[in-house]
Design a protein around this ligand. Structure first.
Ligand code: HEC
Length: 145
C-alpha cells in the first residue's frame, strides 16, 4: 500500500475517533463569579479558536500537539480553576499562539476565552461580556460545583 494511502487511512481513523469521543457537555457546573461571558462572544470565539488555537489544542479542546495541554476536562479543572483566572488570561494574551500573539486583537482574545469557558460549562448571557484586559479579569473567579 502506498504510504499516502496509509496516512490517509490513519487520518480518517483519527478523525472518526475525534468525532466519536467528541464534544460532550461538561458534566460539572463551572461558575464564573464576578463576571460574565456573552452569547455573541462565545459564537465568535468558536470561529476564532478554530483559526488560532485548534491547530495545537484540538478542535474539541483535546490537544493534538504533545506539548500543548488539553483545554477541557481534568486539565482545565487543574490548570484554570485552581489558579487565578487572571493568570491564565494573562498567559494567553502574552504567549498564545506561541510567537504569533501580535496577530490577535484584544476583543478576539476575549471571545476565545469566553468560548473556552463556555465549552467547559460556564453559561453565556445575552448581555454578558468577557473583558479584554487582565485588570478587568482580576476580580473574577472560577468555581466548580
Ligand atoms: C503552535 C501551537 C499552539 C497554538 C496554535 C496555541 N497554543 Fe496554547 N499552548 C501551546 C503549548 C506548547 C503550551 C504549553 C507550554 C506553555 O504553557 O507555554 C500551551 C499552553 C496553553 C495554555 C496553558 C496555560 C497554563 O499555564 O495553564 C493555554 C490556556 C493555552 N495554551 C491557550 C491557547 C489559546 C487560547 C490559543 C489560541 C489563541 C493557543 N493556546 C494557541 C501551544 C499552542
Amino acid at each position: 500500500m502506498p504510504i499516502r494511502h496509509i496516512l490517509q487511512t490513519t487520518g480518517g481513523l483519527m478523525l472518526l475517533c475525534a468525532v466519536a469521543s467528541g464534544a460532550q457537555a461538561a458534566d460539572k457546573v463551572v461558575l464564573l463569579q464576578g463576571g460574565s461571558i456573552g452569547t455573541a462572544q462565545v459564537a465568535a470565539g468558536a470561529e476564532a479558536y478554530l483559526d488560532n488555537c485548534a491547530g495545537c489544542h484540538g478542535e474539541d479542546l483535546r490537544s493534538v500537539n504533545s506539548n500543548a495541554p488539553d483545554l477541557r476536562g481534568p486539565t482545565f479543572q487543574y490548570s484554570w480553576v485552581t489558579k487565578p483566572l487572571e493568570e491564565t488570561f494573562h498567559k494567553i494574551i502574552t504567549t498564545m499562539p506561541p510567537g504569533m500573539t501580535g496577530e490577535i486583537d484584544p476583543e478576539t482574545y476575549a471571545q476565545i476565552v469566553a468560548y473556552i469557558l463556555n465549552f467547559n460549562g460556564v453559561e453565556a448571557q445575552e448581555d454578558g461580556r468577557f473583558p479584554q484586559t487582565a485588570e478587568e479579569v482580576a476580580p473574577m473567579d472560577l468555581v466548580i460545583q
